[in-house]
Design a protein around this ligand. Structure first.
Ligand code: ADP
Ligand code: MG
Length: 462
């Protein structure tokens, strides 16, 4: 149900009230430029579905404001634990409507069951960039999409933001040309299961999932616990495979590492083809950036002329997740849209500062010690000495704590940089400060001030 008029659909839930609160919290500027664009769609038992018109707006809101938005919603509606976004641009919504009404091959049961099929038109094989680390997964996925039930089940695993959902989507898009495809996240599968039991609709639930040619379940690691549900899932799984339907699964780990999932299910997961995506190498990261720049230019008609230096910088710095890489580029694009020019390297460092935090080269323990000493007005020698006067112990603990949270150094490594202290001393300091932080606002403020000082270095200022 579209709800541009902000009419609440639930007695205790009012989108209008939430919007007011958001305007108040974020201020007019952010509210008017971003948050107002969020259209409330539907409230479910523990989450809400909203829509925005472009992926860019969604990524921007999600990367910057979502935590706070959720906090605000939770304050007013305790039961809400997440917010789901969908893209509802004019073009895409036409496509979706057409599918909803005309395409019998997509299992889409309006209003009641699978609220919406999660296949995203924009994630296909065509715009999936290939490199050493994901080639195998890509090729296997292509094979699955060409001939169903050949590799059955197909199990794809990788860390977060590595392209699992993109690949699953691509398979779904291809297969739905000739097959009935059901694409669902494990979380939603569980939710539907519980809901069906409560509303006595188990028959419908079973039918939905068993009468499909292709069942794609994303993030299977979330399907844990609940014996009854695993039982149902196991039967669905077996009956699909028996009748030659394709089952496709993704997870953040290999089948044998899944927890709270029955052994026999894990072993069936391993029975088909299991492939993974490795961490993206630099070349691939750069290639992805370039392809996304082209995509942005095409989609939004933007003049996004980023120099090779900038692309190299971003692809060098953001290594662990393709989602972060794409998110970083979106921020840069947004900067250039707002200021009508491309940011320079220094500006980029600031725009991306929270993504670059793990950069060891910038944040050294020595630098942390220097700033902490300055703050507490003690000398570096005193900090590193073995003296245990109270006025030295606390700053030392704070510095150790900050070294732990702001660098990727191990506990023994940190200990070494504090005059060869033992790693147990490091643990003790971290725990002490964590505890103090939660009940001593002076310490908390000091820590926050120092964190800012360390993260936002002078040379990074514009
Ligand atoms: P995961 O499901 O593994 O957490 P996603 O599939 O959601 O990751 O990928 C995160 C983002 O990165 C998505 O926007 C996706 O389109 C993009 N992405 C990931 N891998 C690639 C790739 N090889 N080529 C192009 N885009 C990619
Ligand atoms: Mg995913």
């Amino acid at each position: 149900m579209k709800n541009n008029l902000n009419v609440s659909i639930n007695k205790n839930f009012s989108w209008e009230v939430i919007q007011k609160e958001l305007r108040h919290q974020f201020g007019n500027e952010i509210y008017e430029s971003w948050l107002k664009k969020i259209v409330f769609e539907e409230k479910f038992s523990n989450y809400i579905l909203v829509s925005v018109s472009t992926r860019f707006i969604r990524d921007w809101i999600v990367s910057r404001y979502l935590d706070q938005i959720l906090g605000t919603i939770k304050k007013l509606n305790k039961e809400i634990i997440r917010v789901e976004f969908k893209i509802e641009s004019k073009l895409e919504s036409n496509v979706n409507d057409a599918q909803k009404n005309l395409d019998p091959k997509i299992s889409f049961i309006r209003d009641s069951f699978l609220q919406y099929n999660r296949i995203d038109q924009n994630k296909s094989f065509d715009n999936f960039v290939i490199g050493e680390s994901n080639k195998l997964a890509f090729e296997a996925a292509k094979k699955v999409s060409e001939k169903i039930s050949h590799y059955n089940p197909f199990y794809l695993y990788a860390g977060v933001g590595m392209g699992k959902t993109h690949i699953l989507n691509a398979i779904g898009l291809k297969l739905k040309e000739d097959n009935k495809v059901t694409f669902i996240s494990a979380e939603r599968f569980m939710y539907q299961f519980v809901k069906s039991i409560k509303s006595n609709e188990m028959v419908k639930f079973k039918d939905t999932f068993r009468n499909t040619d292709v069942l794609i379940i994303d993030d299977i690691q979330f399907m844990n616990g609940k014996e009854a549900m695993q039982e149902e899932f196991f039967h669905t799984f077996n009956s699909l495979i028996d009748k030659g339907s394709q089952v496709i699964l993704s997870a953040d780990r290999p089948p044998n590492k899944l927890i709270k999932i029955q052994e026999r299910i894990k072993s069936r997961f391993s029975g088909g083809l299991v492939v993974d995506i490795q961490n993206p190498e630099h070349e691939l990261r750069l290639k992805i950036l370039k392809s996304k720049v082209d995509e942005l230019k095409l989609l939004y008609n933007e003049k996004l002329n980023l120099s090779d230096d900038i692309l190299k910088f971003i692809s060098n710095e953001i290594r662990n997740s393709i989602r972060e890489l794409v998110g970083a580029l979106n921020r840069v694009a947004s900067f250039s849209r707002i200021y009508n020019r491309v940011p320079n390297l220094n500006e980029i460092k600031i725009i991306l500062k929270d993504l670059l935090n793990t950069n060891d080269a910038l944040i050294t323990i020595d630098y942390i010690q220097t700033l902490v000493c300055k703050y507490f007005k003690i000398s570096k020698n005193e900090m590193l000495s073995s003296r245990r006067s109270r006025y030295l112990v606390r700053p030392r603990q704070v510095a150790i704590y900050l070294a732990k949270v702001l660098t990727t150094k191990s506990l023994p490594e940190i200990g070494r940089e504090f005059s060869n202290r033992d790693h147990t001393t490091v643990i003790h300091s971290v725990k002490t400060i964590e505890k103090l932080k939660s009940n001593n606002s002076e310490i908390l403020n000091g820590i926050n001030y120092l964190k800012n000082q360390i993260l936002y270095r002078k040379e990074n200022e514009i």
